[in-house]
Design a protein around this ligand. Structure first.
Ligand code: AMP
Length: 116
């Protein structure tokens, strides 16, 4: 039988490695980034295996909308009343290092534009 591809986020989903989990439901998991780039840095991942943004299919619309709703809820729960930034890196050229789609929720400091 072929080995299923795995990665660090699937291992977190499967509780094979620890993470500071903030939220979980049927469709997604949210946990603190291990190398935070802001006072609040949370990663939101779908439970469905989606390698990257460019591979989204129409059936993923609901789960992607759900990720955004949970990001807004977590931002409120974490007190990000001044605003926050959502980042989604796609493939190596976009800065993606973990091959499981994820949304970065960053807050607690000011953010520059354009991004680096
Ligand atoms: P990206 O570069 O968009 O693929 O983001 C991957 C993120 O995953 C980076 O911000 C890493 O710091 C984070 N990360 C990698 N390994 C872990 C881990 N074991 N627990 C939490 N965050 C992680």
């Amino acid at each position: 039988m072929a080995m299923l591809p795995t990665n660090v986020f699937l291992k977190i989903l499967g509780r094979e490695i620890p993470a500071a989990i903030l939220y979980e439901d049927e469709f997604c998991l949210a946990f603190r980034d291990a190398h935070p780039l802001a006072p609040v840095h949370v990663l939101l991942i779908p439970k469905k295996v989606i390698r990257t943004h460019a591979e989204l299919v129409p059936e993923d619309a609901a789960v992607m909308g759900h990720l955004h709703l949970i990001a807004a809820k977590l931002a409120a729960d974490l007190g990000l009343t001044a605003g926050y930034r959502l980042v989604l890196n796609c493939d190596a050229g976009g800065g993606q290092t973990v091959p499981h789609l994820h949304l970065h929720l960053l807050g607690g400091r000011a953010f520059a534009w354009p991004p680096g």
